[in-house]
Design a protein around this ligand. Structure first.
Ligand code: SF4
Length: 348
């Protein structure tokens, strides 16, 4: 079968040549129909209408993911959609419009083994990695099933993307193909809970302008291990070592995500400690107020606390941005995707 959603156009051309003695002319037409127009009627295109037998053969060989949207919920323009995969596992993705641009937050795993204490997905445990086609499908679904434009993609949905690095990177290449979605790496952000080996491996791939975000949430190991068990394996010193070596492009930055938890990581001391930790590499800190979900024991900080914390970081000369959390009522905000009911067992 020809698994189109997992191949770049160049690779499709290679398959066309191997299977049918054809090449880029037909590959580009097929790619354009599926990824630019969201249509499977490639047989009607000029390129294929003259080769009916090729179109028939290709239709028989073409394999498209059998994912389907099973639910959508919208609040304040934020649209969350749940998709059932071929094995009936469920993932969630979120479309977030802001300032005239639309960001799609995609999942990279069913569940997650990182077990961050403040995250609903972490409560599910790990089920499995998403395949390349399941990741790419989320973009296709947002574009053509939900008719939304997609300007940016963030790997901040369910799962730790660097725990599924090979599939995430291949999906970045497919999504970036100019003959298809044409989304440059500078519009794609891979977010990690601090998987230091993954950051090292990602750096080695040297994908120009691909953006990296690190969900830090604490600036000392004691607190961070309490909030994020992955910190036992990759303590802050190891993460910093990898961040210092990360090939940040000229004028580029590493995004630091900091979920603010009331009374836990929101003191002036936390802000000063965070600023000290971040000395030496170009960062932009995104502060996000915690979104309570289900049985979580943490509390949301008040708006005043959030502003004060951002002010303290700015006093320390950090470039800080307060990220407004939307979609809380539909559990589409940061850390709210998935639920224990979706299943999964393995945790770090
Ligand atoms: Fe996994 Fe991210 Fe949730 Fe942590 S915050 S448990 S890495 S999905």
């Amino acid at each position: 079968m020809l698994n189109l959603f997992a191949l770049t156009c160049e690779e499709v051309a290679g398959e066309m040549s191997r299977r049918y003695g054809k090449g880029m002319y037909h590959a580009a037409a097929l790619y354009r129909e599926i990824f630019k127009k969201g249509s499977t009627s490639f047989a009607k295109t000029t390129e294929f209408s003259r080769s009916h037998s090729l179109a028939v053969q290709l239709a028989g060989d073409l394999w498209l993911p059998s994912c389907r949207i099973i639910a959508t919920q919208e609040e304040e323009g934020v649209l969350k959609f749940a998709s059932a995969l071929a094995d009936d596992r469920i993932i969630e993705s979120v479309i977030i419009p802001a300032n005239g641009r639309t960001t799609l937050c995609v999942s990279s795993q069913v569940g997650c083994r990182m077990g961050c204490r403040f995250c609903a997905t972490g409560g599910m445990g790990y089920v499995r990695n998403l395949t390349v086609e399941e990741i790419v499908w989320q973009v296709h679904a947002a574009r053509f099933k939900l008719n939304r434009r997609v300007d940016n993609i963030v790997f901040m949905g369910m799962g730790e993307p660097l725990d599924n690095l090979a599939n995430v990177i291949r999906s970045v290449r497919v999504i970036g193909d100019q003959r298809g979605f044409d989304m440059a790496p500078s519009h794609i952000t891979v977010s990690t809970a601090g998987h230091a080996d993954g950051i090292r491996d990602l750096a080695a791939l040297n994908i120009r302008k691909l953006r990296l975000a690190v969900s830090l949430n604490a600036s000392n190991d004691e607190l961070r291990t309490r909030l994020m068990p992955i910190n036992r394996r990759y303590p802050l010193s190891r993460i910093k070592q990898e961040l210092l070596a990360f090939p940040v492009e000229k004028c580029g930055v590493i995004f630091i995500e900091y979920v603010l938890l009331k009374g836990i990581n929101d003191s002036r001391g936390d802000a000063i400690e965070l600023a000290r930790y971040l000395t030496g590499f170009p960062v932009r800190v995104n502060v996000i107020a915690f979104n309570p979900s289900g049985s979580n024991t943490y509390a949301a900080p008040g708006e005043e606390n959030v502003r004060r914390f951002c002010g303290w970081l700015a006093d320390e000369k950090l470039f800080v941005r307060l990220r407004r959390s939307r979609g809380q009522a539909i559990m589409a905000a940061c850390g709210q995707l998935g639920s224990a009911a979706l299943g999964g067992e393995e945790k770090l």
